[in-house]
Write a protein that binds this ligand. Structure first.
Ligand SMILES: [Zn+2]
Length: 148
């Protein structure tokens, strides 16, 4: 999504910090992609199902159908395997943002040895502006995720 779309969707109490963080990212020359800010419960459910399907293979629904449903419901990360493990999310109120680095033209959905420095650089700037990082969570980590 564009910077302007993200700024329109973010909850107003987080807007200034978010804008400052984006300015810092730009200034640092970090290329990033904002994949999602606001999310509906339907989309969250579909994400959870998508992850569950991948882990357990116990839901009787073709993966492509699920991806299509995700897309139709505003999901912007239909290609990711495990997107969420929870049905509660700060994305509902627009107090969460998913940002990933871009290398060349390749969006880095997954945290790897090759891109971890970029993920860390983004995290440093976002945290300095008051956001908590999903990469700091105990247990399962959500590297693209930031929230307030
Ligand atoms: Zn997120």
């Amino acid at each position: 999504m564009t910077r302007q779309q993200a700024l329109n969707e973010i909850e107003s109490s987080c807007k200034t910090q978010f804008e400052n963080a984006l300015n810092e990212l730009d200034k640092a020359g970090i290329i990033y992609f904002i994949s999602e800010v606001k999310r509906t419960l339907t989309t969250q459910l579909l994400y959870a199902l998508q992850g569950r399907l991948k882990i357990g293979n116990d839901i009787d629904m073709p993966f492509e159908t699920l991806r299509r449903l995700c897309k139709e419901n505003g999901a912007r990360e239909p290609g990711k395997d495990i997107i969420t493990k929870t049905l509660q999310s700060n994305h509902f109120s627009g107090k969460a943002i998913d940002i990933v680095p871009v290398i060349g033209s390749a969006i880095q959905w997954t945290y790897t040895d090759a891109n971890k420095n970029l993920f860390q650089s983004i995290a440093e700037i976002m945290k300095r502006n008051g956001f908590r990082w999903g990469g700091d969570w105990e247990g399962w980590k959500d590297y693209p995720h930031y929230e307030m």
